[in-house]
Design a protein around this ligand. Structure first.
Ligand code: FAD
Length: 524
């Protein structure tokens, strides 16, 4: 008998029979009769949850959802697939914040990673935290802050899993200083596509370690990551400065990321920026920051500037948990230093805004925006996001041709458009993520959502932007990339492609893992 089950031919328990009836695609007998089969779910609720994601555009049905209670359950599952004559695909799903089906597995098995529910362990001596790959960054923040410690670098939104962001990069306004999240990992525990459980680091199994970082889930499933920590601040001076000129805005951003961080106490810790469009100021999930009165002034400024202005965002951390007490004199000094810095910048006079907030509320700022959008029914809508990394030398071309020439000309859609510079030297070349080959490059997030039946328009707009970048030969890469042909993937990875394929053949030769990325459809 072939190792694929046919419902009529098997003598199984009643439970298993009911499972099979609901599982017409059939999975190998070796899996369905294995003790770990009790972790499989075939009900429509589980299947439909695993068939969609935050993007709301791609929907593919798995045959089953797997609820592991330990990494060894995952290893057993992957071994069963790897050694089967008919391997089934397997995708780790963190929280499905992907936008193009990257965590889905059509007719395969989706692993519901949060089922692992592992603990978080902080080492104050080692200044690191051990975290399960399924845990959210918000959990890591809450736990490390109990010790007055914190990871150094973040994503804007913290309800993402470690496994999910470490498979991509993990970028936010701290990346110019500390690099992306993947640059701040000491060790990983991985279950490879062959079902082997391997610990790796820069010195132990470095091939696997660097491949997995930014590896789009292609080489193994991250079950534990050891993340570097630093002393946590208690407070953040959070600034927003308005510009009517894109070039001045980017020049100032570049100036700010070139300032060397020095010593203890306060320093520039975060630099981002975004386009503020008059029509979408209210429904921007980039957090409520402005008072109603300021919002009115900002809208007016945008109105007088063809409907758009540029908002530079910078933050300074101060008053550290393990530092000396932050005195009134320290605060006065900080105010003076910031004033001096602001004098060097070219924002519109009278349009500098500040908030002093706790470190937690600063880092968790997007969650406030999420709650606001949820209440307005604007969160669970399609998100045809396009994220790009564009070299500094091409940022004005990109602005003129893509932002001004395409988006601002036609789009009345809602959502933020992020633009901020970061530094290549903070990334390790051995990691899988493809980035532009220039020291300073910009992270561009065109994070528009489709709320007015304009999905097709937004998709066309994205295609037009990519076409523009290609035709002009811009030095850019997609971040959270989405391609469907091997040729495009090859081009995306460039010089890293050969290594990517070699590592795939070493760690997941049967192309079992993360099929939703659409990189390898066949064994390598
Ligand atoms: P999923 O979508 O579940 O998975 C993503 C990919 O990783 C899939 O291929 C999956 O198979 C694989 N994967 C998941 N878990 C594991 C694991 N344990 N081991 C191996 N592979 C795994 N990104 C940034 O860099 N910066 C930001 O500021 C940022 N802001 C965001 C804000 C919002 C509101 C949203 C929705 C997303 C944002 N992202 C940002 C993108 C985010 O990094 C990706 O969506 C990422 O995939 C994390 O989502 P997730 O944990 O739900 O992973």
């Amino acid at each position: 008998m072939p190792s694929f089950l046919k419902p009529t031919t098997l003598l199984l328990t009643t439970t298993l029979m009911s499972i099979l009836i609901q599982s017409p695609n059939s999975l190998p007998t070796t899996l369905l009769t294995h003790p770990i089969s009790t972790h499989l779910r075939f009900d429509s609720l589980s299947l439909s949850a695993a068939s969609s994601d935050f993007g709301g555009i791609v929907h593919s049905h798995p045959s089953a959802v797997f609820l592991p209670s330990s990494p060894s359950d995952i290893a057993s599952l992957l071994r069963l697939s790897h050694f089967s004559p008919h391997p089934f695909t397997v995708s780790a799903r963190g929280l499905g914040h992907s936008t193009r089906g990257q965590a889905q597995a059509s007719a395969g098995i989706v692993i519901n990673m949060p089922s692992l529910d592992s603990s978080i362990t902080v080492s104050t001596d080692g200044m690191f935290v051990d975290v399960g790959g399924e845990r959210m960054w918000i959990d890591v923040l809450r736990e490390t802050l109990r010790y007055g410690l914190t990871p150094k670098t973040w994503t804007d939104y913290l309800y993402l899993t470690l496994g999910g962001t470490l498979s991509n990069g993990g970028i936010s306004g701290q990346a110019f200083l500390h690099g992306p999240q993947i640059s701040n990992v000491h060790e990983l525990d991985i279950v490879t596509g062959k079902g082997e459980m391997v610990s790796c680091s820069e010195s132990a199994n470095p091939d696997l370690f660097f491949s997995v970082l930014g590896g789009l889930g292609q080489f193994g499933i991250i079950t534990r990551a050891r993340i570097a920590l630093e002393n946590a601040p208690k407070s953040v001076r959070w600034m927003r400065l308005m510009y009517t000129d894109f070039e001045l805005f980017t020049k100032d951003q570049e100036l700010l990321i070139s300032i060397k961080a020095e010593g203890e106490g306060w320093r520039l810790n975060y630099v981002e920026g975004s386009l503020l469009m008059e029509h979408s100021l209210k429904s921007n999930w980039r957090s409520p920051f402005f008072s109603e009165k300021d919002l009115k002034r900002i809208k007016k400024l945008a109105y007088g500037n063809e409907g758009v202005i540029y908002c530079l965002e910078a933050s300074f951390y101060y008053d550290y948990h393990h530092g000396r007490n932050f005195s009134r004199a320290d605060k006065t000094q900080m105010d003076q230093d910031i004033e001096e810095l602001l004098r060097k910048l070219s924002f519109v006079s009278g349009f500098a805004f500040k908030n002093d907030v706790t470190y937690m509320s600063f880092l968790n700022r997007v969650h406030d925006g999420e709650l606001k959008l949820r209440a307005m029914g604007l969160w669970d809508v399609p998100h045809p996001w396009l994220n790009l990394l564009v070299s500094k030398s091409n940022i004005m071309d990109f602005y003129i041709g893509a932002l001004k020439g395409i988006i601002l000309k036609t789009s009345k859609s809602m959502g933020p458009i992020l633009v901020y510079p970061t530094k290549r030297s903070k990334w390790d070349e051995r990691m899988s993520t493809a980035i532009p080959n220039e020291e300073v490059f910009y992270s561009i997030g065109i994070l528009l959502s489709s709320e007015m039946n304009d999905l097709e328009h937004l998709e066309n707009q994205n295609a037009e932007i990519l076409k523009f970048c290609d035709q002009q030969g811009l030095n850019y890469k997609q971040y959270l990339p989405h391609y469907t042909s091997m040729e495009d993937w090859k081009k995306h990875f460039g010089k890293k492609w050969g290594r990517f394929v070699e590592m795939k053949s070493r760690y997941d030769p049967k192309a079992i893992l993360s099929p939703g990325q659409k990189i390898f459809a066949h064994p390598v």
